[in-house]
Design a protein around this ligand. Structure first.
Ligand SMILES: *Cc1c(COP(=O)(O)O)cnc(C)c1O
Length: 406
């Protein structure tokens, strides 16, 4: 036994892990050997990759790689400080200007991740006398930001505008500020947040409107401008968050809004103030990615065409891809509902052994009884790869009793 293993202080963690093992939901990390691609090698096995958020195949795009290398040669590998001390490089400002123009917003600020953008922004703009009205399926980073703000959190039922309004009425007489917040695309079910209706509601009640477009960035709206563009709501959403880590292919998160919102976040958002800024290579990569979004909308067309084809075939094969007891997907995020946590994890493992990488997701990430595998299409999957994945999914599901044998 190692000296650390004999110490009793952390034995409760071992017990908790044993409990996960007993439930069949413990996992080991799958290790990718090589770039993030439609077919790649995890743990030494070649698989069709339906698990990444690399929607547009940009994670290893040669032009982005070149941009990262060129910036590294020119500016080095690190920024050397937080943004507010000495770590704001010209290229950071260029990326923010580029994002603001792309999103048709006055200004933009980039954080180290989408998580940091959400948590840092919500906690900065609200305080303990304020109210946050949050969709029950909003992302963990929103929930953490809400908790850090110490504002009172009112959770409305998923996409339930009437319920959100009820909660707004309840707190209307309170002096605190109100923030209505939703994901643009919900990450577990793939449905689209009712940004148009919520923004109109927020306006009626004088509430701030905020959208987290992590899974909408590069996917929804013209050239992937996101949910606000998708719904034609420009100018009516006060705070737009996006990620640079999914369709954009690199790493980071951003907030778009008024010049004063961004200036305020410069002064008060804690991840901005207390954590070092991106290496210049990341900023350069993202700048190159936005050029591609503008110049190659056909990537997004391919993404949607793959999505329609794949989801149509899954539906035809009899899979439950949501829409009855869970929301129906409207995006490339494709849940295949299995039910019990252990069954979903077993399905995921069996698919991996047969050459398909599909994430198993169980409680507490999704409700008890709604465990699933989650598949994500990209623009770069070929029809042949999708057909092979469909054949495997059907064969393994039948063997495991997830699909009925005909
Ligand atoms: C992935 C995700 C984030 C976090 O983005 P990162 O850039 O990976 O930190 C935030 N919100 C939602 C809805 C997400 O799906």
């Amino acid at each position: 036994m190692s000296p650390a293993a004999s110490r009793p202080q952390l034995a409760y963690l071992t017990a908790a892990l044993d409990e996960l093992r007993a439930k069949g939901t413990h996992f080991n990390l799958r290790v990718l050997e090589g770039p993030q691609q439609p077919v790649c090698r995890y743990d030494g096995r070649e698989v069709i990759n339906l698990a990444s958020n690399n929607y547009l195949g940009l994670a290893d795009d040669p032009r982005l790689v070149e941009a990262a290398i060129a910036a590294t040669r020119k500016y080095g590998v690190g920024s050397g400080a937080v943004r507010t001390i000495a770590g704001t490089m010209r290229i950071h400002m260029e990326l923010e200007e580029k994002i603001a123009r792309f999103k048709n917003a006055e200004a933009s600020v980039v954080f180290q991740s989408g998580f940091a953008a959400n948590a840092g922004t919500v906690s900065a703009i609200l305080g303990k006398d304020d109210f946050i009205l949050s969709d029950e399926l909003n992302h963990a980073s929103i929930i953490d930001g809400a908790r850090l703000s110490r504002a009172k959190i009112k959770v409305f039922r998923h996409k339930d505008i009437a319920h959100c309004e009820e909660l707004l009425q309840e707190v209307a007489a309170e002096p605190g500020r109100k923030l209505v917040i939703t994901d643009g695309v919900f990450s577990m079910d793939g449905d689209i947040g009712p940004v148009d209706k919520l923004a109109a509601l927020a306006e009626n009640y004088g509430a701030i409107m905020m959208v987290d477009d992590a899974h909408a960035s590069g996917v929804l709206g013209r050239n992937g401008r996101g949910s606000v563009d998708h719904f034609g709501m420009h100018g009516r959403v006060d705070v737009q968050v996006g990620t640079l880590s999914k369709a954009i292919g690199a790493l980071g998160g951003y907030v778009c809004g008024s010049r004063d919102l961004i200036d305020y976040l410069y002064h008060r958002a804690r991840p901005f103030l207390f954590s070092t800024s991106h290496p210049p290579s990341v900023a350069a990569t993202c700048i190159a990615a936005f050029d591609i979004l503008e110049q190659e909308p056909e990537r997004i067309d391919r993404l949607w065409s793959n999505t329609r084809y794949f989801q149509g075939e899954l539906h035809r094969a009899g899979f439950n891809i949501g829409g009855v007891t869970t929301p129906a997907t409207e995006t490339p995020i494709t849940p295949v509902i299995v039910g019990e946590g252990r069954a979903a994890m077993d399905f995921s493992r069996a698919l991996f052994d047969e050459g398909v990488m599909a994430t198993g997701i169980a409680f507490p990430t999704v409700p008890e009884g709604k465990a699933r595998i989650r598949l994500i299409l990209t623009s770069e999957h070929t029809r042949a790869q999708l057909d092979q994945a469909l054949e495997t999914l059907e064969r393994v599901a039948k063997k495991m009793g997830i699909l009925k044998q005909e």
